[in-house]
Design a protein around this ligand. Structure first.
Ligand code: 13P
Length: 253
């Protein structure tokens, strides 16, 4: 039985005050949830504060995720943060390959694979994001595109590395648009991904959590999370509102 996981990706939002309010609010609202695992991903600048807050007794059940890292452990990489640094702050998960990184910051599949590897090398769990554009969906190539993105990573690090990783299917056309993939559309891609992994390793296919991301909100979370191959969500905009995010977490509990 896979434990559901809901991750709030705050993207480049938040002040110190908001980080505090969000963590305290989410922690209080979710303290009685027993089954779902919950993580928040503040900006890298707010990781230290978030780590401190999540270490408190009241918020101890929340996990911490980083939105990005650089693949190298240390060196002359002005402006970057590495996996060992994140590990020192008690980070549990690192989002890699988000379409905003791939698109806006021109991260290639090779860069994503290197970040995935560096994350695991420091004992952290990568949340590997994959997803197709609207043009690719309309051309009927969604499954092909996500499998190519997944293979680019597993070819570099081996399929067994998925044993300690999370996958997130995030169709680009559904991100920040209010246009969610239907539960059938999402389930279909999740099924394709799991079946593809099963061809190489059935145990990994059964255990890996595949999250859905793209305009998840309190109104659509329950039906998305009830699909057999959807193991939780990677939530953007709705994770910045305490009540709505808590409600999404409840849908996964
Ligand atoms: P939205 O939930 O705002 O569509 O963002 C999804 C996302 O990109 C999460 O990583």
């Amino acid at each position: 039985m896979r434990r559901k996981l809901v991750v709030g990706n705050w993207k480049m939002h938040g002040s110190r005050t908001q980080v505090r309010q969000l963590i305290e609010g989410v922690a209080a609202g979710s303290v009685d949830l027993k089954k779902v695992e919950i993580a928040v991903a503040p900006t890298l600048l707010h990781i230290a504060l978030a780590a401190e807050l999540c270490a408190s007794e009241d918020a101890g059940h929340l996990k911490l995720a980083a939105q990005n890292l650089v693949a190298e452990p240390a060196g002359a990489f002005t402006g970057e943060v590495s996996a060992p640094m994140l590990a020192e702050y008690g980070v549990n998960y690192v989002i890699v390959g988000h379409c905003e990184r791939r698109g806006i910051f021109a991260e290639t599949d090779q860069v994503v694979a290197a970040k995935f590897k560096a994350t695991q090398a420091s004992g952290l769990i990568p949340i590997l994001c994959i997803g197709e554009s609207l043009a690719q969906r309309e051309a009927g190539t969604s499954a092909e595109v996500v499998l190519e993105q997944l293979n680019a990573v597993t070819d570099a690090v081996g399929i067994e590395s998925l044993q300690s990783a999370v996958l997130a299917y995030e169709p680009i056309w559904a991100i920040g648009t209010g246009k969610t993939a239907s539960k059938e559309q999402a389930q279909e891609i999740h099924r394709v991904l799991r079946e593809h992994i099963a061809k190489s390793n059935t145990a990994v296919a059964q255990s890996i959590r595949i999250l859905y991301g793209g305009s998840v909100n309190a109104a659509n979370a329950t039906e998305l999370f009830s699909q057999v191959d959807i193991d939780g969500g990677l939530v953007g905009g709705a994770s910045l509102k305490v009540e709505e995010f808590v409600s999404i977490c409840k849908s996964a509990d």
